[in-house]
Design a protein around this ligand. Structure first.
Ligand SMILES: Nc1ncnc2c1ncn2[C@@H]1O[C@H](COP(=O)(O)OP(=O)(O)O)[C@@H](O)[C@H]1O
Ligand SMILES: [Mg+2]
Length: 287
């Protein structure tokens, strides 16, 4: 109901990854370009970023862009031992009756990839929340999948998506055989203050708003309180809209944002994290 008060057609800061609201600053644009490149080259790619930084939304944008040519498999919960993981991959890529043993599954997946290639198509596998992969054996299956290739081309593109600790973990030498295959590696960094301003404006505009609504001070506090993490921004911005409405205000000022942040669980103890633009290299990187 606060939509009406702020003259909006829709709730501008829902926490769902709705592609209509996709905001592309330089970082997201570059991430998307690199991932598209990785898919075109049929490479293995790594995308990391904090919780709520926009990884899942970006992979949706990626899938939208790669188009019909790709048979897309999406694994949203890879907390799976190797055999179940392979089974899920097989099902996702359209293997009709996945077998029981790992070797059968690998054969079936291989057959499916060759059939796709015959049809002038290709496979894209996205493994979201890859930091939840339980152990090395499952990563080993992923490495085996990247072995499916013809003389001149790979048969499957794989994008591993996860929180920053995934990158840390893969640095260990035990994963070297896998990480040497990364063609693209990208880390999403939080929004700057300027990006935060643009992000808020973008989402308000998509929701049908014609005004900025947030004062400069409010924007500064939103950024400081959330570290520029989009999911947290959505959370605090929504509450600030409600708070300012309760105050009968005609804009959201710094005071309204401060009141929301004061006893907010989601943002408690957060500080603005200065961070690098790109993750340190892991294996080969091409542009
Ligand atoms: N580039 C973006 N454009 C618009 N909204 C975004 C963007 N990145 C993140 N968000 C918002 O933040 C929420 C969390 O993003 P999500 O992709 O689920 O994060 P992650 O997968 O990294 O935890 C999304 O549902 C969306 O509402
Ligand atoms: Mg996610």
């Amino acid at each position: 109901m606060y939509e009406a008060y702020w003259e909006l057609r829709d709730k501008p800061f829902r926490k769902t990854p709705d592609p209509r609201y996709l905001f592309l600053n330089e970082t997201y644009e570059e991430a998307l370009e690199r991932l598209l490149f990785a898919v075109e080259e049929m490479e293995l790619a790594l995308l990391t970023g904090e919780v709520g930084s926009g990884k899942t939304l970006l992979t949706r944008a990626l899938v939208d862009r790669v188009g019909e040519r790709y048979e897309v498999g999406m694994i949203l919960n890879p907390r799976l031992p190797p055999r179940q993981f392979l089974r899920t991959v097989a099902l996702e890529l359209g293997v009709a009756e996945p077998g029981y043993h790992s070797n059968d599954l690998l054969d079936q997946i291989h057959g499916r990839l060759l059939a796709l290639d015959e049809d002038n198509r290709a496979a894209l596998l996205v493994v979201d929340e890859a930091h939840l992969i339980p152990g090395k054996p499952t990563f080993e299956e992923i490495r085996l999948l990247t072995n499916f290739q013809l003389d001149d081309r790979n048969l499957i593109a794989i994008v591993l998506v996860g929180q920053p600790e995934l990158r840390q973990r893969l640095r260990h030498r035990t994963y070297r055989a896998l990480t040497q295959r990364f063609g693209v590696s990208f880390e999403i960094v939080p929004l700057s203050v300027d990006d935060t301003r643009a992000y808020l404006a973008h989402r308000l505009a998509v929701a049908g708003g014609e005004r900025t609504l947030f004062t400069e001070e409010a924007i500064g506090r939103l950024h400081a309180g959330t570290g520029g993490v989009p999911r947290l921004l959505n959370h605090v911005a929504t509450q600030a809209l409600v708070e300012a409405m309760a105050r009968g205000a005609d804009e959201v000022d710094g005071g309204a944002v401060a009141a929301v942040l004061e006893d907010d669980f989601a943002t408690e103890g957060r500080v603005v994290t200065p961070s690098r633009k790109e993750g340190a290299p892991l294996g080969a990187r091409k542009k």
